[in-house]
Write a protein that binds this ligand. Structure first.
Ligand code: ZN
Length: 153
């Protein structure tokens, strides 16, 4: 990390902390040459590999776009969607890998979406888990029903 004052090519980290949303690390640095201090914001990189093999940085906006489509016509607010996207990102980052499959992003969306809205969840799951028959829907619904029964008894 270059010193922004004297362009010295090295600096010493004197403090680091994670930002509130967990997506970046804020570092307090000091230049060993001129002793001045500065702050850097480093985002921990998270790369999503698509089925085509192309890689792109993880984007909450993309998660939101996919989930929003599944939530069309459902009583779901923008705040709830934003919170869901945050939960998805946190759960992916908690796995600790810097590179994940696009498919895993889809899978990470399922649990919080199920908590949020079951109809939207079924729509989303039907795409991500490639439901191709009524039986797939039936078994997903049966699973939801079973879990309802378990939580109410
Ligand atoms: Zn310096």
């Amino acid at each position: 990390m270059h010193c922004p004052f004297c362009r010295h090519t090295d600096s010493r980290v004197i403090d680091s902390r994670t930002t509130d949303d967990g997506s970046a690390i804020r570092r307090r640095r000091q230049c060993p040459e001129c002793s001045r201090r500065f702050t850097t914001l480093e985002s921990a990189s998270l790369t999503v590999t698509k089925r085509s093999g192309a890689a792109e940085p993880f984007s909450r906006a993309k998660v939101l776009a996919g989930v929003r489509k599944a939530c069309q016509g459902r009583p779901v607010t923008e705040d709830q969607l934003a919170l869901l996207a945050q939960r998805v990102e946190e759960s992916i980052r908690a796995q600790g890998s810097a590179e994940i499959d696009a498919h895993e992003v889809g899978m990470a969306i399922l649990p919080p979406l199920r908590d949020l809205d079951e109809v939207a969840y079924l729509r989303f799951a039907s795409v991500y888990q490639s439901f191709d028959s009524l039986e797939d829907f039936e078994s997903a619904i049966a699973t939801l029903r079973r879990e309802h029964a378990e939580t109410t008894t």
